[in-house]
Design a protein around this ligand. Structure first.
Ligand code: GTP
Ligand code: CDP
Ligand code: MG
Length: 195
């Protein structure tokens, strides 16, 4: 456990690819001032650095598979320890598998709450194809999108059940998660207002 992080709010943001995690995190930061750590962005920054490790990461990400958990955990931990003055942390796109969550909680700190955005598969595909027209992300193509969704269903869906059993899950149900970012944010605020 990292003593510097004791008492900090730690919120995991979980949802399939294109479920709107990044969109909501931007709004949460603007209103509540949390420190936003997107595990995907951290990995893309490593890829952009051109390092040898970045090249390996890019191959994994293009296949829509998961990067080894030690890699992501070390990146998140470093960023958290560089921001210990933040009142809380949004850990976006993490954990991707139950073991990631367990390792995070045993080596860094326990999560306060888990925000889950439930969006239908076809909606996510359509959003990501649209985003791919401008995002420049190597993984926003239909083949990789399908692979990411498959990884989400197999590896990440159990994460939702795991935290539900612990009473930590705050779920944005599909009817809301598929409406506008403003409607979603109104529900998200119900969680953050009481943290
Ligand atoms: N209709 C609607 N579209 C949304 C909403 N949130 C995000 N989008 C769109 O869906 C796409 C994906 O949103 P992101 O916030 O990038 O999703 P993400 O979950 O961070 O996706 P990954 O980074 O791929 O994990 C974007 O093009 C958004 O414009 C929403 O609440 N409603
Ligand atoms: N904790 C994480 C986060 C991202 N990743 C990888 O990074 C890619 C992009 O992550 P992301 O969170 O930006 O996007 P989505 O896959 O959720 O759409 C994933 O498809 C994984 O290959 C990972 O392996 N582990
Ligand atoms: Mg994102």
């Amino acid at each position: 456990m990292a003593a510097e992080l004791a008492g900090k709010k730690i919120i995991f943001i979980v949802g399939g690819p294109g479920s709107g995690k990044g969109t909501q995190c931007e709004r949460i930061v603007a209103k509540y001032g949390y420190c936003h750590l997107s595990s995907g962005d951290l990995l893309r920054a490593e890829v952009a650095s051109g390092s040898e490790r970045g090249q390996e990461l890019q191959e994994i990400m293009k296949r829509g598979e998961l990067v080894p958990l030690e890699t992501v955990l070390a990146m998140i931990r470093d960023k958290m320890l560089a921001n210990t003055d933040a009142k809380g942390f949004l850990i976006d796109g993490y954990p991707r598998e139950v073991d990631q969550g367990k390792q995070f909680e045993s080596s860094i700190a326990s999560a306060t709450s888990v925000l889950y955005l439930d969006v239908a598969t076809e909606t996510m595909v359509q959003r990501l194809i649209k985003r791919g027209q401008t995002s420049g992300r190597a993984d926003d193509n239909e083949e990789t999108i399908r692979a990411r969704l498959n990884t989400f269903e197999k590896a990440t869906a159990p994460v939702v059940d795991f935290y539900k059993q612990q009473g930590k899950l705050f779920e944005i149900e599909r009817s809301v998660a598929e409406s506008s970012p403003d409607d979603v944010f109104a529900k998200v605020c119900l969680l953050f207002d009481k943290l």
